[in-house]
Design a protein around this ligand. Structure first.
Ligand code: HEC
Ligand code: HEC
Length: 358
């Protein structure tokens, strides 16, 4: 009888310890993560990844929490009437069919004007700490107002762009539904475009699957490329969700970069001598899709880009074998591309300002 009672108490005690202590131990290891279906329909999260301490983080699955706003932003992203010519859209230079960039050395804008700098991808741009090569826009919303009024890009102006949208009753209805007022503002135009851009992430790359614990998603060669990427020091600048985008660094950190000495980078924003030739570190996600490389588009070859980085940023020369392995690793960073259903745009009417090609 006594023994039974003693065992009972022991059992209770053990049970109490387990229920109180276990959640504490488990939660100390890693905070709970979102579980759900993201783009591609696969489920992520839940299981604790053995690689959660790696300096590159898997792209989180994005959830569309304001569908009316992102749908409006999508229309505007594909809206040629935001340009003076009625012909150029955000998608002209950030083509979602080709990795969110235009695959040109520099973009073609209004009246076929050639821009001064290579167009970066809009995919995963939300992971950039600031926008543009020199970081002159603090976020996507601030950025989106720029190209509409840039004379070399869409060449419109904010008043005209708003006038065009305001003249179209269907747009008025859509803006009212999202922002609660019939008066359209350039701030709300930019806000909607930015919300759409937030959805343009590329989860489920093979590398992210490997980070999430699926060992066979990358090959031995790709894995040793990643090891080299860390050992040689690439990781010090290219890390986090976007494998870049977290800092401003000098192009020519180890050896002066001499192919382009005209583009001053961050200096344009800060006017600080030390910021000459300093650029926002680009994202390396989907890098195989977005040649040519560098702000001056000085190479079409990813291998050459890697070698230039080793030479000018790290002051070293890689063997062919090392370069090939790093390139193989970089190609595992291509994720699921956004599947965008081409938006249908409401028609112009007699009140809509007409396109002007001059
Ligand atoms: C004529 C080509 C062109 C058009 C049209 C255009 N862009 Fe760009 N975009 C560029 C170029 C070139 C840059 C880089 C400019 C710089 O850094 O100085 C850029 C930069 C960006 C960036 C910053 C990305 C980064 O990594 O820093 C975003 C985001 C972006 N554009 C979104 C848009 C949106 C939204 C629209 C439409 C409202 C648009 N662009 C229209 C060419 C274009
Ligand atoms: C000191 C910081 C730093 C280090 C280290 C570094 N990078 Fe970069 N990386 C940058 C910057 C800054 C740029 C943008 C240069 C420019 O075009 O102005 C860049 C650009 C790139 C690009 C071209 C991206 C594009 O979209 O055009 C690739 C590819 C790249 N780096 C790979 C690497 C690899 C591989 C290594 C290691 C061998 C490496 N980087 C080391 C800072 C760094």
């Amino acid at each position: 009888m006594k023994i039974v009672k003693f065992t009972k108490i022991c059992c209770l005690l053990v049970f109490a310890i387990i229920t109180i202590a276990l959640p504490v131990i488990v939660s100390a290891e890693e905070p709970p993560r979102n579980i759900g279906y993201g783009r591609g329909g696969r489920m992520q999260g839940g299981a604790i990844s053995p690689r959660s301490r790696e300096p590159i983080k898997p792209i989180p699955i994005s959830f569309d929490d304001n569908r009316a706003k992102t749908d409006l932003g999508k229309k505007l992203f594909f809206e040629p009437r935001l340009s003076k010519s009625g012909w150029i859209t955000c998608n002209s230079c950030h083509n979602l069919s080709t990795g969110g960039a235009d695959n040109l050395p520099t973009s073609i804008g209004h009246k076929w004007m050639l821009g001064p700098i290579n167009s970066p991808t809009v995919l995963n741009a939300k992971f950039n700490r600031a926008q543009f090569w020199d970081g002159r826009a603090k976020d996507l919303k601030e950025q989106a107002k720029g190209p509409i009024a840039n004379p070399m890009e869409m060449a419109s102006n904010h008043d005209l762009a708003v006038e065009v949208l305001q003249s179209i009753p269907e747009y008025v209805k859509l803006f009212k539904a999202v922002y609660g007022e019939e008066k359209i503002t350039i701030d709300n135009v930019a806000d909607a475009i930015a919300a759409f851009e937030e959805t343009l992430t590329t989860p489920n790359s093979r590398f992210d699957s490997w980070l999430n614990g699926y060992d066979d998603k990358i090959t031995a060669e790709e894995k040793s490329g990643y090891e080299l990427f860390k050992e040689k020091g690439c990781i010090s600048c290219h890390n986090g969700f976007g494998v870049g985008g977290n800092s401003f660094e000098k192009f020519g950190a180890a050896k002066p970069y001499d192919r382009d000495t005209q583009t001053l980078g961050r200096y344009n924003v800060t006017k600080d001598e030390r910021d000459k030739y300093v650029f926002k570190v680009p994202l390396l996600r989907n890098i195989e899709l977005t040649a040519p490389y560098f702000h001056d588009a000085s190479t079409w070859s990813l291998s050459e880009a890697v070698n230039v980085m080793a030479e000018y940023q790290l002051g070293m020369k890689l063997t062919n074998d090392e370069t090939n392995k790093i390139v193989a690793f970089l190609k595992t960073l291509t994720g699921d591309q956004p599947e965008v259903i081409f938006p249908v745009l409401p028609p112009s009417n007699a009140n809509t300002p007409q396109p002007n090609r001059n």
